[in-house]
Design a protein. Structure first.
Length: 235
């Protein structure tokens, strides 16, 4: 959305809304239209943020061509791009010290695996973790993440550079670009727990996991005590 573009005020757009549902009260329709104004403004804010993100100056070149272990053997960072110019990497919480993978990371990867077939038409994607590749392959097979390439960062060089300098057990999401043979860091999620608003779990904006976006639409919201699990025990 060009910054010079003049947009119709949200209130005028909402005035064209013809939606009505059986037995709704006047109070409901007034409140729903007021919410619709805010939803339009949110949509516009999301686009402004996305435009600002796309306009970031060139990031720093990667300090080394990191090496990972993959299902088929060693692989260098530069090879992860394939024929694409953009690489998305999610670093999950599944270090050697963890007995089981992070349920929150697993929730996101479930969604990412679902859209991977479409994403890979535009960008390259990969998942890293600080566990051995055999352990990651077992997890990948167990969860059915057939569309996601898993990489073991046992040296920790990539993780300490772009996820946590202290090698902490935290998730990370980074994007890299390749232009004219040079690989540069483009973007990393940087909202830390210290930036969380009162009463909220740490979260990015927008949330990467559609689970939370969908729950935010419900009467109960995402709640303050419910979190995804690896297994709900359903038969």
């Amino acid at each position: 959305m060009p910054e010079t573009q003049t947009l119709t005020p949200a209130e005028e757009l909402v005035a064209t809304n013809q939606a009505h549902f059986p037995n709704e009260s006047r109070e409901y329709r007034v409140a729903r239209n007021a919410l619709l104004i805010e939803e339009i403004e949110l949509r516009r804010q999301l686009e402004r943020v996305a435009s600002q993100r796309r306009s970031l100056p060139a990031g720093g070149e990667i300090p080394e061509d990191f090496q990972f272990a993959s299902r088929t053997g060693p692989v260098r960072f530069s090879n992860l791009f394939g024929d694409k110019d953009t690489l998305l990497i999610y670093s999950m919480m599944y270090g050697q010290e963890r007995k089981a993978p992070c349920p929150m990371c697993t929730s996101f990867l479930s969604a990412w695996n679902g859209v991977a077939v479409n994403l890979r038409e535009r960008v390259a994607i990969a998942v890293t973790a600080r566990s051995g590749i055999d352990r990651l392959i077992e997890y990948q097979n167990q969860r059915g993440f057939t569309k996601l390439p898993f990489l073991s960062d046992m040296s920790g060089n990539y993780t300490r550079t772009y996820v946590s300098a202290e090698d902490a057990d935290v998730p990370g999401f980074s994007i890299f670009s390749r232009r004219d043979g040079n690989i540069r860091h483009f973007y990393s999620a940087e909202m830390s727990g210290a930036m969380a608003d009162p009463g909220q779990d740490p979260r990015g904006g927008p949330d990467l996991d559609p689970l939370w976006l969908i729950l935010d639409l419900t009467p109960e919201g995402r709640g303050a005590e419910w979190y995804p699990k690896l297994d709900y025990g359903h038969k």
